[in-house]
Design a binder for this molecule. Structure first.
Ligand code: HSE
Length: 437
């Protein structure tokens, strides 16, 4: 059978890995796909870098548009990233009737609805396993492996950089700023680390998982996003003492009145498997009504782990490109005319538990004042500790864990507690999930 010709847009870390894996495993890959898959043309602005990787084994040009317009290219692999030129190129490739494989989570989270509609119209595939959790086959699992289930919730550590920072802060007692510098030196965090540390990268990935898990459109703008930059080693330490670990979790949960879609630092019991995912690794828990909890673990970034996902998509596309489009797995797992319009819940309506840390004066009646505020708002306390004040300090830290409650009640309680004269500073609030059912 005629080989599949692939045009690669961008040969940086993941593109280089894709080139290497496709070549190294070409025999296994063609045994699986039923035909050879070869990168025939590569477009990259940095021709020197591209030529040093390709080394004469494919054509190298600096014009990405020429690749998407090339009649000999069957599949375009988009590894440029971002939402600018990558979007134009992807839409052009689709308009030209080419299948697309991409790792671009930002583009899909923000413009996926438009891209999938265009692909649907042209009868082409847009495959994106590499967009979420690098080499972990979570898209395939959610879309196909778990297709019998009504997905109840998804909770994942889906940003390796922030997980590395949290692991180092906990293990070494280091400050956020120091570990961030280390992450940058190791090449984990970008020079501008905002997307990683402020939860934006995780929200892109969560948006994609929620769409295919629940059969809803991409709604990145509705996701609540809070990063790890304000976390202190003190809170990480207190959480540990209480039997919890703080992780940046992306959580998508189906509720009777809508979908919760949120990324934030979260206390999870240390005894949970996912609490022990450390360093740059990723892990995703998926709860289905039939299967129960399943967990997917692996490298969320890196050249070959991410290439593993890109190449798997290439094989998938190669196998099904001759299939009638109506009989392929739909882009978002559900038939496009059956997507649900169930709303994303505003953060005030989210239900979870809370870790609250208060700096208060150490004198009679203080706890009574605080617990009265909580009781008046129907917030039940699960555990509470008062830390010894440091030598010569008049203020003490009180840590409270609450039972599950609605976030707007906690917001109201925090405002009232902060207004109490005995409370010395802003309340630290970190959400808590037991992840037990
Ligand atoms: N920057 C991401 C992370 C990897 O730190 O997990 C690419 O999605």
């Amino acid at each position: 059978m005629k080989p599949i010709h692939v045009g690669l847009l961008g040969i940086g870390t993941v593109g280089g890995g894709t080139f290497t894996v496709l070549e190294r495993n070409c025999e296994e890959i063609s045994r699986r796909a039923g035909r050879a898959i070869a990168i025939t043309v590569v477009a990259d602005k940095d021709l020197t870098r591209a030529n040093s990787i390709v080394n004469g084994r494919a054509k190298v040009i600096d014009d990405a548009l020429a690749v998407v317009n090339d009649p000999n290219v069957d599949i375009v692999v988009e590894l440029i990233g971002g939402t600018g030129i990558a979007k134009e190129l992807m839409l052009k490739a689709i308009a030209n009737g080419k299948h697309v494989v991409t790792a671009n989570k930002a583009l899909l989270a923000k413009h996926g609805n438009e891209i999938f509609a265009a692909a649907q119209k042209k009868g082409v595939m847009v495959a994106f396993e590499a967009a979420v959790a690098g080499g972990v086959p979570i898209i395939k699992s959610l879309r196909e492996g778990l297709a019998a289930n009504r997905i109840e919730w998804i909770a994942g550590i889906i940003n390796g950089t922030s997980n590395f920072i949290l692991s180092e802060m906990r293990e070494k007692g280091a400050s956020f700023d120091d570990v961030l510098k280390q992450a940058q030196q190791l090449g984990y965090a970008e020079a501008d680390p905002t997307f990683d540390i402020e939860g934006i990268d995780a929200a892109h990935k969560l948006t994609i998982m929620a769409a295919i898990g629940f059969g809803i459109p991409m709604q990145f703008e509705a996701a609540y996003t809070e990063g790890i930059s304000k976390l202190t080693r003190e809170d990480i330490q207190y959480a540990e003492e209480l039997g919890y670990r703080i992780k940046l979790l992306g959580i998508a949960k189906r509720k009777a009145n809508g979908i919760e879609l949120r990324v934030h630092p979260t206390l999870i019991p240390t005894k949970r498997l996912i609490a022990n995912v450390e360093g740059v690794m990723n892990a995703i828990l998926v709860k289905g009504d039939a299967v129960g909890q399943t967990m997917f673990y692996g490298a969320g970034a890196g050249a070959e782990p991410t290439a593993s996902a890109v190449v798997a998509d290439l094989i998938d596309v190669a196998r099904t490109m001759t299939v009638d489009p109506e009989h392929r797995v739909p882009h978002l797992a559900f038939q496009p005319d059956k997507l649900s319009d169930i709303a994303i819940l505003p953060m005030g309506e989210v239900e979870t538990s809370y870790y609250l840390r208060l700096r208060v004066q150490d004198k009679p009646g203080v706890l009574a004042d605080i617990t009265r505020v909580l009781a008046d708002l129907g917030i039940s306390i699960d555990a509470m500790v008062q830390k010894e004040p440091s030598e010569g300090e008049a203020l003490v830290n009180i840590i409270m864990l609450t039972h599950r409650t609605i976030e707007k009640n906690v917001n109201a309680a925090i405002s009232k507690i902060e207004a109490l004269p005995v409370v010395a500073s802003k309340v630290t609030r970190i959400r808590l999930e037991e992840l037990d059912k």
